[in-house]
Design a protein around this ligand. Structure first.
Ligand SMILES: Nc1ncnc2c1ncn2[C@@H]1O[C@H](COP(=O)(O)OP(=O)(O)OP(=O)(O)O)[C@@H](O)[C@H]1O
Length: 370
């Protein structure tokens, strides 16, 4: 059992820079929490404060109800896996994995049993006599994981553990880490700037920007119900399209006008805009590339929200294709079925699924309706 509580956690570096501002998070036992956000947003700093590698400037951090702010790293019962693996080159796989236990004066027989157990889980049992240089990147990464697992810690911290692996290996290790989480029933906090990793691994994702938490939610909720423009733009690939639009409310119907087009919003979304007093105001319309379609069925279903444009770019992904286009000077794209006849330079019609339109306040950048 390991629950973590971070209350009003701050980090001010000695040069006065405030890297983490007011971090509040309750992590439950067995959760897989992801910290995600652009470079410099404070992911590693927060992780290092949890590990005890960085002093906490303010707030309270506890594990299972026990305050940890001033507890030595080695006494926190936390194991950290780094992106550079940090293996000892002169030691065998076995000794690398056993090292932490030896330091803790664990009896030899117990060390052997624990290392062999972890090696089996990680499929390293035939490599225990090798030195790190005789291993592949993925195998080295598994040794680094193994070193953490043998300690049976309360919490695993992982700082971009897959970032040094090639794309194929990364996908493979991703599913291995996911399986490992299930098997160990461990509490994991994992830092990445790769949003696919975040979406596939996390039970909850913490989106950070400039030392502030933007949103904490399950992957599906972050995708469908972003709380602000930043999260809407950060989660999802290709990125959500954004365009300024003028809101008009007539009766219980809200319309959004942008470029040469006008779309009608469904009743629930219309009501939010009416209640918020947005009549006549400029808002930001957001629509994911996946929610723009060019099939006859989509064009018929979403008659009240179609746009016409020219294809300025064409990118085949396989079963889908990304069509790039411009509305005024705003670059946008649609992800459609690759059987589409549309090609570069073609004039096309695209239907916006109006149920999927997101609207944001232009000033506060907060979501008005998802
Ligand atoms: N020792 C330090 N002194 C001053 N500022 C620091 C120090 N270490 C980090 N920072 C700053 O704190 C901010 C957060 O850094 P951090 O390493 O936590 O970011 P990150 O989100 O992990 O970024 P990345 O994805 O690039 O690793 C950055 O602006 C960084 O420049």
């Amino acid at each position: 059992m390991a629950s973590l509580s971070l209350k009003h956690i701050r980090k001010v570096y000695p040069n006065g820079f405030e890297a983490v501002k007011d971090f509040n998070l309750e992590v439950e036992d067995k959760e897989f929490i992801i910290f995600v956000g652009p470079s410099g947003c404070g992911k590693s700093t927060t992780l290092r404060m949890i590990a005890g590698l960085e002093e906490i400037s303010g707030g309270e951090f506890s594990i299972d109800g026990k305050i940890m702010n001033d507890v030595e790293p080695k006494d926190r019962d936390i194991a950290m896996v780094f992106q550079n693996y940090a293996l000892y080159p002169h030691m065998t796989v076995f000794d690398n994995m056993a090292f932490g236990l030896k330091l803790r004066k664990v009896p030899k027989a117990e060390i052997k049993q624990k290392v062999e157990e972890a090696a089996k889980i990680l499929d390293l049992d035939k490599l225990l006599d090798r030195k790190p240089k005789a291993l592949s990147g993925g195998q080295r990464q598994r040794v680094a994981m193994g070193r953490a697992i043998v300690r049976n810690p309360k919490v695993f911290l992982m700082d971009e553990p897959l970032s040094n692996l090639d794309a194929k290996l990364r996908v493979q290790m991703r599913s291995e880490i996911s399986a490992l989480h299930q098997r160990l029933g461990a509490t994991i906090i994992y830092v990445t700037h790769d949003q696919t990793e975040a979406m596939t691994l996390g039970t909850r994702i913490v989106v950070l920007k400039d030392g502030d938490i933007m949103q904490v939610d399950s992957p599906i909720k972050l995708y469908n119900e972003p709380q602000n423009l930043f999260v809407a733009g950060f989660i999802g690939s290709p990125q959500m399209n954004f365009i300024d639009a003028t809101c008009k409310i007539e009766g219980d119907k809200a319309t959004l006008a942008f470029d040469k087009f006008t779309v009608t919003l469904p009743p629930a979304k219309s009501k939010k805009l009416a209640d918020g007093g947005y009549n006549g105001k400029t808002v930001v319309l957001g629509i994911r590339p996946d929610d723009l379609g060019d099939s006859p069925i989509e064009l018929e279903t979403h008659k009240d929200s179609t746009i016409e444009t020219d294809v300025t770019g064409y990118e085949l992904l396989g079963s889908e294709v990304i069509l790039y286009f411009k509305l005024g000077d705003v670059n946008m794209c649609a992800k459609v079925d690759s059987r589409t006849p549309a090609r570069l330079g073609d004039h096309i019609k695209l239907a916006m699924d109006s149920q999927k339109i997101h609207v944001f306040d232009k000033e506060t950048e907060l979501t008005i309706t998802n």
